[in-house]
Design a protein around this ligand. Structure first.
Ligand SMILES: C[S@@+](CC[C@H](N)C(=O)[O-])C[C@H]1O[C@@H](n2cnc3c(N)ncnc32)[C@H](O)[C@@H]1O
Length: 442
């Protein structure tokens, strides 16, 4: 007989006559030996099987059971194949199931279940196919060490997975490499399909940013046919791939200094059949040896991509210019004094209106901060372009896109900045609006 997933499950039970079932249950409950995850089962010969925790029962418990029952009761141990889950365990959430299973594991090994252990269980996790990625704030108690390696099998199976990994803090360095340890399984490679694109990566080496989905969809909707794009922070290809596959960019130069992310990016380009339209530049993008080739540059690094701005200006086409997509975390604390640059009449008007009406809602304050930040960036990029090319450029805010809020009052936004040398700005601005598909708005 086979259980779910083609596997048979065997548990141990105390078998006794029907009239002694209640007595036996009370004894097992009192000594915390009854396995509540499975139902008491009637065997073909009419005897009753009461599931127990752990793999055996001490001789002492068996004797005590017999002595306290009627003298002619039989109490023996037997193995039960594919036990029926109890109603309680069928109706519970994965987190409750995990708690039940671990309690059984701990008590089955003769230890005491405690509030400290219960508090130390994970409340959320990421599912990557059959691999479950736990947060760093779980399984920190020293006691869990005593239960390894069986512990991880129990956790994975309770949560419906086969491999298990646990996250540490994202290291503050530029690679944003997560410290992820594989607890169960042979490797950390996983696959995701996102908007028709296949992404594979090793969870112990690279991160997958689920929070970027809105921006990935927006990128996918852009019309970039015939364009050359430079992706300065390519990672495993979060934006490189939608630019190539959905936005139809002709060619992408993808910069990435982390070899693990670059290896995943190569696999992803191959998986999606676009490897011949991308060149991976492994190394620090500030040393990139490209000049005046890009119609578009993506700067997908938070909290700030400012260190990449000079490179972005260098790779932008000198003759026609192009568009920069600049990611940034903008802060907008409620008490913050709003001071828009004098160049922004519209912004100042809006700010005055908000002040006068006394309706400076957090959303309004945030929008004004985004505008203020975008204008400062436009001015800074304009100055960089002038310095690099020795002639003035027009920088125009096309759009500021919110991506994700990091409470409190920190928003990941993307600025679409149109940059044209003055000599061709009339023609260039028109192209920008066509290719981005949206007018200048915040
Ligand atoms: C946050 S990930 C980018 C992924 C994607 N843009 C996102 O936001 O989800 C940033 C990537 O940029 C890479 N990176 C950071 N600084 C870099 C630099 N100076 N040169 C090349 N790659 C860099 C990191 O290794 C990392 O893979």
């Amino acid at each position: 007989m086979e259980g779910e997933g083609g596997k048979s499950e065997v548990i141990v039970a105390v078998v006794t006559e029907p009239q002694f079932t209640q007595h036996c249950r009370e004894y097992l409950e009192k000594h915390r030996l009854l396995d509540r995850r499975h139902r008491v089962k009637q065997l073909p010969d009419g005897t009753m099987a009461l599931p127990i925790l752990g793999e055996t029962l001490s001789e002492q418990h068996l004797q005590a059971l017999k002595q306290r029952g009627a003298p002619d009761s039989t109490c023996r141990l037997a193995q039960i194949l594919n036990p029926v889950p109890s109603k309680k365990s069928q109706n519970c959430s994965p987190a409750q199931k995990l708690c039940q299973e671990l309690r059984c594991l701990v008590e089955g090994q003769g230890h005491t279940w405690s509030a400290e252990l219960e508090k130390d269980l994970p409340h959320s996790w990421q599912r990557h196919g059959d691999l479950l990625l736990l947060n760093e704030d779980s399984f920190r108690a020293a006691h869990w060490k005593k239960l390894e390696p069986g512990l991880w099998k129990t956790v994975a199976s309770a949560l419906g997975g086969q491999r298990l990994a646990k996250r540490g803090r994202v290291s503050p360095g530029g690679t944003r490499a997560p410290k992820v340890i594989l607890l169960l399984g042979a490797h950390g490679w996983v696959e995701h399909v996102d908007n028709g694109i296949r992404y594979t990566f090793d969870v112990t080496q690279s991160m997958f940013s689920f929070g970027n989905i809105t921006e990935k969809l927006r990128v996918a909707s852009m019309a970039c046919a015939g364009e050359v794009l430079v992706d300065l922070y390519a990672g495993i290809g979060y934006f490189t791939l939608p630019f190539l596959i959905h936005a139809n960019a002709a060619f992408v130069h993808a910069c990435e200094w982390d070899p693990h992310a670059a290896a995943a990016l190569r696999k992803n380009l191959e998986l999606n059949g676009v490897v011949d339209r991308c060149c991976i530049h492994l190394g620090d993008n500030r040393q990139l040896k490209l000049w005046s080739i890009a119609d578009r540059v993506n700067l997908g690094l938070i909290p700030s991509s400012e260190e990449g701005w000079p490179t972005a200006c260098r790779v932008l086409r000198q003759d026609t210019g192009g568009i920069l997509h600049i990611h940034h975390n903008v802060e907008s604390f409620p008490g913050k004094e709003l001071q828009l640059p004098s160049s922004s009449e519209a912004g100042q008007k809006e700010q005055r209106a908000a002040r006068n009406s006394g309706r400076q809602t957090p959303a309004k304050i945030a929008k004004l901060e985004w505008q203020k930040w975008a204008e400062a960036v436009a001015a800074r990029i304009g100055a960089l372009l002038l310095q690099l090319h020795g002639k003035p450029w027009e920088t125009r805010i096309l759009h500021v896109q919110p991506v994700k809020s990091y409470a409190p009052h920190v928003d990941h936004v993307v600025l679409d900045l149109d940059c044209r040398p003055f000599s061709c700005s009339g023609e260039g601005v028109g192209k920008a609006e066509r290719s981005c598909g949206q007018g200048p708005k915040v």
